[in-house]
Design a protein around this ligand. Structure first.
Ligand code: NDP
Length: 294
């Protein structure tokens, strides 16, 4: 059996087109343009690349992007002061503080400063708390798990009553993913590095979400025939045949898993493109909240 390929690039493009249309409509009807501020502390090349990608996507969709760069030795107070000024700026709808921050800065203290209504990354403890509670909804959903949910929905994968196994319990992926699937009526198991007999748990799953950071860890023999497999992992492995000397692979061994699964996301081209698309969607939503208050 060969699994249906869940094309994250195509689905992300669909989502981005919808956002572009909604942004144009907001401008035409209200003369209002959503604005996203990015805060980068230091010169980590990977972080700088991520910020640039986000800014470029904003420009393509008609969202205003305002970049702030602070030196690597900026103090926590300076970062918090910048965030506070962005909170007070009515032209800014979303604030994105690129993580990780330098080690001398308490990430939680900075993230807690972001105005709840501008928390487009969805990492504010109140948003996460609302995500966890029955009958409450967060203002914003963390972008990567939000993207995974959209991939499932738009691929026609039913979560109602499904057995879902999430491997990984990080604050940015595994944990919110588990909460979202639980809200979508799946029966959820969260696995992590202390889980005994991981393969046994995965074998029961109708939906597997891998967010580990371990190349090709989940193999086809661990997957229930017909299961939907969402691979969040992005790992570099040596590949002398590639001009960069490496290639990117997921946490799932794609070649063996695709023979057993019913549907599967590739890496690259699966979850990755969805993360930025959902950040744009959250920014649009933040602008809608601001407009409704005007
Ligand atoms: P973290 O390192 O924060 O979390 C990894 C999780 O995997 C932890 O909960 C850890 O368990 C668990 N884990 C580690 N080893 C094992 C094991 N042997 N068996 C079972 N579970 C294990 O990673 P992130 O959640 O931030 O990221 C996960 C992956 O997703 C990475 O490859 C990252 O690059 C990728 N990623 C991709 C994104 C995208 O846009 N596509 C966005 C964000 C991340 P424990 O809690 O016990 O330590």
């Amino acid at each position: 059996m060969t699994a249906h390929l869940i094309d994250g690039t195509a689905i992300a493009n669909q989502v981005k087109e919808e956002i572009q249309t909604a942004v144009a409509q907001m401008q035409a009807e209200h003369g209002y343009t959503p604005g996203l501020a990015t805060v980068l502390v230091g010169e980590d090349p990977a972080s700088a690349t991520y910020v640039r990608m986000k800014q470029r996507t904003c420009e393509k969709l008609g969202i205003r992007s305002i970049g702030h760069v602070l030196p690597a030795d900026a103090s926590q107070a300076e970062v918090i002061k910048l965030v506070a000024s962005l909170n007070a700026d009515p032209t800014i709808n979303g604030i994105l503080v690129q993580l990780p921050l330098p080690k001398h800065i308490d990430e939680e203290a900075v993230l807690n400063t972001i105005d709840l209504e501008k928390d487009v990354d969805g990492f504010h403890p109140v948003n996460i708390g609302r995500l966890a509670m029955k009958g409450r909804d967060p203002l914003f959903i963390p972008c990567t798990p939000y993207g995974c949910m959209v991939l499932l929905e738009r691929s026609g994968i039913n979560t109602n009553g499904a057995e879902a196994v999430i491997v990984g319990r990080s604050n940015i992926v595994g944990l919110p993913m588990a909460m979202l699937l639980q809200k979508a009526n799946a029966t959820v198991t969260i696995c992590h590095s202390r889980t005994k007999d991981l393969a046994e748990h995965i074998r029961r799953a109708d939906i597997v979400v891998a967010a580990i950071g371990w190349a090709n860890m989940i193999t086809g023999d661990m997957i229930k025939p017909g299961a939907a497999v969402i691979d969040v992992g992005i790992n570099r492995v040596d590949d002398p045949s590639d001009k960069r000397g490496y290639k990117l692979v997921g946490d799932v061994d794609f070649d063996s898993a695709k023979e057993v699964a019913g549907a599967i996301t590739p890496v690259p081209g699966g979850v990755g493109p969805m993360t930025i698309a959902m950040l744009m969607k959250n920014t649009l939503h933040a602008a809608e909240i601001a407009l409704a208050k005007k």
